[in-house]
Design a protein around this ligand. Structure first.
Ligand code: SF4
Length: 464
């Protein structure tokens, strides 16, 4: 989290090439979602089922996590419950140390971004290489992801071409197929040398200890099978009761995220390599990360933990599409991030996030788990308001409004005063306002008050 505010970061981003690229990319994704949903009549029923499964699991999370841990261990794997980022990172470093690992490959995982795993492993002397194309670009450039599904939505293919030419010493190219091939050739050599693979977990089935990892590039498969050790890192809310429930999640995930009926590579992994398996890791570890989630379970906004990280609410959000992901300041941007980040990481410095929303309700329309993000955001606004620090500049204007609105003489005088301003402006538009009003008129005009107030008009025409 940076020290600047959402307003400052957002204002700086509006109109930038990065924000424009995010807007275009997000619009494209949401169009693909709409087409996929149109072609899948069961989508509404599936969304109901997803919500039911997710809320049921959250209500019994302790039991399902215990079942999941038992199932993983029965299949020959190891489970570690990490209370916070430090515990998770220390455990993974320990596993790497025991295995004598030096080179680590990693597939895309938001929870590892959340716990800042890369920095911790590098500080421990390991070399870690991102293998998802978007995350690879982020790592090579020292940038940050701007979307939970498409980390470099803010990049153009020309920028990627220049980055690869500078960093990998290859000829400049800007054709997506060529760029993919460059990354593939570079990464393939690293996969073959890696000692340890780290993945995220899209979903985990408690009954069998199976984890599901979906990717469109096949890097998840190589990360989890080529190295000797596989460590899967999951937020504790990723579990569902059974493999059948996991199938229900997959029905909606690809459609909501990228408009695909199923993500290209869907890996279901249960335990390490068995004696008669041709390949797979010798060791399989699952790190279950709490990092504030237990506290959220008891909160009024706990529903947000039902999120399946499809990114549809980001794509549809007019605010996200205008400012891009970095303006949100944390790893989880967009409407879901505006709920998750303050509640997981604290309100300090994030007071504006619940207000980074027009309450248009579009996110609720597309969310596959039907999470009522607008209501959750209003709930968080109440808390920010009760805290009374973020918008203290509004206190005096609101006190003045309250006084006028509860004293009829003052109210009439205020309305007449406003009409005078309207008259001076001939009922037109204010184009430049002072003080906080500048925020409004810097991007749009404000209609001037009516020259004759409704009260005066009514009195004149109806005499009361
Ligand atoms: S809140 Fe809903 S729409 Fe947004 S990422 Fe999560 S599941 Fe997808």
């Amino acid at each position: 989290m940076t020290t600047s505010t959402f307003s400052e970061r957002g204002a700086a981003a509006v109109g930038s090439a990065a924000a424009a690229a995010v807007g275009d990319g997000a619009r494209h994704l949401i169009e693909k979602r709409a087409a996929a949903v149109d072609a899948y009549p069961a989508m509404d029923a599936m969304r109901d089922r997803v919500r039911e499964i997710r809320l049921h699991t959250l209500a019994h999370l302790d039991a399902y996590l215990a079942d999941f841990a038992d199932s993983v261990e029965a299949a020959g794997g190891h489970v570690f419950f990490a209370a916070d980022a430090d515990e998770a990172n220390a455990y993974i470093l320990g596993v790497a140390g025991e295995a004598g690992a030096e080179l680590v490959v990693k597939s895309k995982s938001m929870v590892t971004e959340e716990i800042e795993l890369n920095g911790a492993l590098e500080a421990g002397g390991l070399t870690i290489v991102e293998t998802d194309l978007g995350e690879f670009i982020v790592q090579l450039s020292g940038d940050r992801p701007s979307h939970i599904v498409a980390p470099v939505l803010h990049w153009t293919k020309e920028q990627v071409g220049h980055l690869f030419a500078d960093q990998l010493g290859v000829p400049y190219a800007d054709e997506p197929t060529e760029l993919n091939q460059i990354a593939r050739t570079h990464l393939r050599r690293i996969f073959l040398r890696a000692d340890m693979g780290i993945s995220g977990v899209n979903f985990a089935a408690a009954s069998t200890g199976t984890i599901a990892i979906v990717t469109n590039e096949g890097n998840g498969r190589l990360t989890t099978t080529a190295p000797r050790v596989h460590v899967a890192v999951m937020g504790m809310e990723r579990v569902v009761p059974t493999v059948e429930d996991l199938g229900v999640m997959l029905e909606v995930l690809g459609r909501s995220a990228t408009g695909q009926s199923l993500t290209t590579y869907t890996n279901l992994i249960t335990g390490p390599r068995r004696p008669d398996d041709d390949d797979g890791p010798d060791e399989f570890h699952v790190v279950i990360v709490d990092n504030g989630r237990t506290a959220v379970l008891g909160d009024e906004v706990s529903e947000v933990l039902a999120c399946i990280r499809c990114g549809a609410c980001l794509n549809i959000c007019p605010v996200y599409r205008t400012v891009g992901g970095h303006a949100y300041g944390d790893v989880y941007p967009g409407p879901v991030g505006s709920v998750l980040s303050p509640i997981l990481f604290g309100f300090e410095g994030r007071e504006e996030l619940p207000y980074a929303c027009t309450l248009c309700g579009a996110c609720l329309e597309v969310c596959p788990a039907r999470i009522d993000l607008p209501s959750l955001l209003v709930n968080l606004r109440e808390r920010v308001a009760q805290e009374g620090t973020a918008f203290s500049w509004l206190d005096r204007p609101l006190d003045a409004y309250e006084f006028a609105a509860t004293h009829p003489t003052m109210w009439t005088a205020s309305i007449d005063g406003a009409s005078l301003a309207g008259r001076a402006n001939r009922g037109g538009w204010f184009k430049r306002l002072p003080w906080r009003g500048k925020t409004w008129t810097s991007v749009r005009n404000l209609p001037a008050p009516a020259v004759t107030s409704f009260r005066r008009w009514w009195k004149k025409h109806h005499g009361a």
